[in-house]
Design a binder for this molecule. Structure first.
Ligand code: GAR
Length: 228
């Protein structure tokens, strides 16, 4: 499956896709990396991996729609079948979402529908939640609202700084996001209204292994499979 990845910053999720693909666990071709931030470190990662890059500063366009149309043209030309938002920190216009309806996915650093929008990990920490995590979901017009594909949950010890929690969330993002896209590449994801159903495969499951150290406990559902 051909995918295009949109990012605005560090691109550690893009790197996770590149790594999983190199390990032979992810059956995708990253045909284009796009950014609204020409200085994004993620673009360097893409170029290092030989991935074609499209970047323009969105501030040089008259409005959101014009910028999104320019991205759309590049994506269509690349032949991408799925759009993967990996730390793309701008709202997408309705016309962009409509053009790839049901074929855009996003990762968000909270257990949606809690804490949508920016600064999710800090907001969850300030609220004092005991469990947080990350969510991969389909993209709909309303922010961070589409059907959920996979979630990872982890405990938040009261003594932990947001930075540390975020680091643990990132490690799980790098596993669940490529896993979700691999399921899509295998054609095993069915959307029935709000419910996303994963059809079975013969691949062995890698079970999460709880231990006594709170800072390294986590739970993912649906369960990750071998290679993730
Ligand atoms: C990730 O934590 C992702 O969940 C978040 O941006 C980070 C990008 O990291 N996305 C959002 O907050 C979207 N609302 P990365 O650039 O290192 O992949």
């Amino acid at each position: 499956m051909k995918i295009a990845i949109l990012l605005s910053g560090s691109g550690s999720n893009l790197q996770a896709f590149i790594d999983k693909q190199r390990e032979g666990n992810l059956d995708v071709e990253i045909v284009l990396a796009l950014s609204n931030n020409p200085d994004a470190y993620g673009l360097k990662r893409a170029r290092n991996a030989g991935i074609p890059v499209w970047t323009e500063d969105h501030r040089s366009y008259p409005g959101r729609e014009e910028f999104d149309q320019a991205m759309l043209a590049a994506i269509k030309e690349s032949g991408a079948e799925l759009i993967v938002l990996a730390g793309y920190m701008r709202l997408l216009s309705a016309c962009f979402i409509k053009a790839f309806e049901g074929r855009i996915v996003n990762i968000h650093p909270s257990l949606l529908p809690s804490f949508p929008g920016t600064g999710a990990a800090a907001a969850a920490g300030n609220y004092g939640v005991k469990l947080t995590g990350c969510t991969v979901h389909f993209v709909e017009e309303q922010l961070d609202s589409g059907p959920v594909i996979i979630q990872a949950a982890l405990p938040v010890p009261a003594s932990e700084e947001t930075e540390q929690t975020l680091e643990r969330i990132h490690k799980l993002e790098h596993r669940i996001y490529p896993q979700a896209v691999q399921w899509l590449a295998e054609g095993r994801i069915e959307v029935r209204g709000r419910q996303v159903v994963l059809t079975e495969s013969s691949r062995p499951k890698a079970f999460p292994c709880p231990n006594n150290d709170l800072s390294s406990q986590w739970l993912v559902y649906p369960l990750l499979e071998e290679g993730f």
